[in-house]
Design a protein around this ligand. Structure first.
Ligand code: ATP
Ligand code: MG
Length: 356
């Protein structure tokens, strides 16, 4: 799939913008704080309805305005789609696909697949478990509507159970009402665990050859889904933990406590790996993500590379850009030197200055 055109009005630092993209490599270059990432953010919003910077909707609207618009024109195997996002200051945003408003944000998932790659993603191994779970969740939400449903419900029930645990602290007689939440938590939670486990299995198959190539056969990677509890034991575990959870006023077992670990020949890379090793694993993970999405949607996702090339040495830049043969890519950077020196092919270049 490709983005053919993007139109913005009163979005971030843009009054109005209309950009026709090439179906291969596009570059947005310019000095800092000019609006390069803002364009990628707008594209990303049309895929997940959320900003990759996880800021509030109101922050996306240009200062001193009450509303803003994003219009994205997509070509998916010859079929045209238009996604409209209408941002409103004190209201939730309106989203329409081909002019037809959707009721729930989740209806947009799966229509338009993007992969966002920023320098922060290179720190995914080093960062905390929440970010690794987020990586898996964001990807699965684009790929699997049933997962979205189970995850949303899991988080809802988890929130309600945690609130109840706090209330029980003051009113112990409420303890009996936990039963209904525990059952639902186990039901949705076990489905979330099962799907994540499959995702990690799929990633493993793809990442191994990629990582071997990136490390010139010096590393053997293994991605491991570390569960706080097996899916078929979740209900019993929740019941078993009840007293402890009431004391802690929070739920101690479930997929919200899980992690993803990376091993090189049985050595935990997060604990023992060098900075460079961790970043190479992160790059392999992104490349694996692209391949996995390609095979699951039977199409190419759109790749957004936010300032990431300058973070990689020329070998790794080469690996990354070479893996992008057939994928529409939008790259942001502050200069074009790297592209010229390394003779990377570019199809369209836009200079970004002060939201223009
Ligand atoms: P860098 O190279 O530093 O990453 P960039 O070109 O990617 O820069 P962006 O993050 O796209 O920069 O844009 C940042 C600019 O957008 C800043 O000047 C910021 O003040 C402005 N900006 C952010 N939100 C809003 C908003 N709601 N209204 C107006 N301007 C905004
Ligand atoms: Mg930027």
């Amino acid at each position: 799939m490709i983005v053919t055109k993007i139109e913005l009005s009163n979005f971030r630092n843009y009054d109005s913008l209309s950009l026709e993209l090439d179906d291969k490599t596009n570059i947005l270059y310019g000095k800092n704080a000019q609006g390069k990432t803002n364009v990628l953010e707008a594209i990303y919003l049309c895929s997940t309805t959320k900003s990759h910077r996880s800021s509030k909707d109101a922050e996306l609207i240009k200062f001193e305005n009450n509303e803003g618009h994003i219009k994205l024109f997509i070509n998916k195997k010859g079929r045209e789609y238009r996604i409209d996002i209408h941002l409103r200051k004190n209201k939730s945003k309106g989203i329409a696909i081909n002019g037809i408003p959707i009721k729930k944000a989740s209806e947009l998932f799966g229509i338009f697949n993007v992969i966002f790659f920023s320098p922060e993603d290179l720190d995914i191994i080093k960062n905390g478990p929440a970010e690794r779970r987020r990586f898996v969740d964001m990807e699965l939400c684009q790929l699997d509507k049933i997962y979205v449903y189970n995850l949303i419900n899991y988080n809802k029930v988890l929130g309600q159970r945690n609130q109840l645990l706090k209330d029980i602290y003051m009113k112990p007689e409420l303890e009996d009402t936990l039963d209904v939440w525990d059952m639902q938590l186990a039901e949705y939670g076990s489905k979330v665990i099962k799907r994540r486990e499959q995702f990690i299995k799929d990633i493993n198959k793809i990442i191994k050859p990629i990582h071997r190539k990136l490390t010139e056969n010096s590393e053997e990677i293994e991605v491991v889904y570390k569960k706080s509890c097996n899916e078929d034991e979740l209900y019993n575990k929740i019941i078993e933990n009840r007293k402890k959870d009431i004391k802690l006023k929070s739920t101690s077992a479930g997929p919200h406590r899980d992690d993803i670990l990376f091993f090189n020949k049985d050595i935990n890379i997060r604990t023992y790996g060098s900075q460079g090793q961790k970043r190479t694993v992160a790059l392999s993970l992104k490349l694996a993500e692209i391949e996995l999405v390609k095979s699951l949607i039977n199409d190419t996702p759109v790749l957004l590379l936010d300032d990431v090339l300058s973070e990689l040495d020329s070998d790794r830049q080469n690996h990354l850009l070479k893996s992008l043969d057939e994928i529409q890519t939008v790259i942001t950077c502050t200069g074009l030197d790297e592209f010229i020196e390394n003779r990377f092919s570019i199809n369209k270049v836009f200079q970004v200055t002060k939201g223009k």
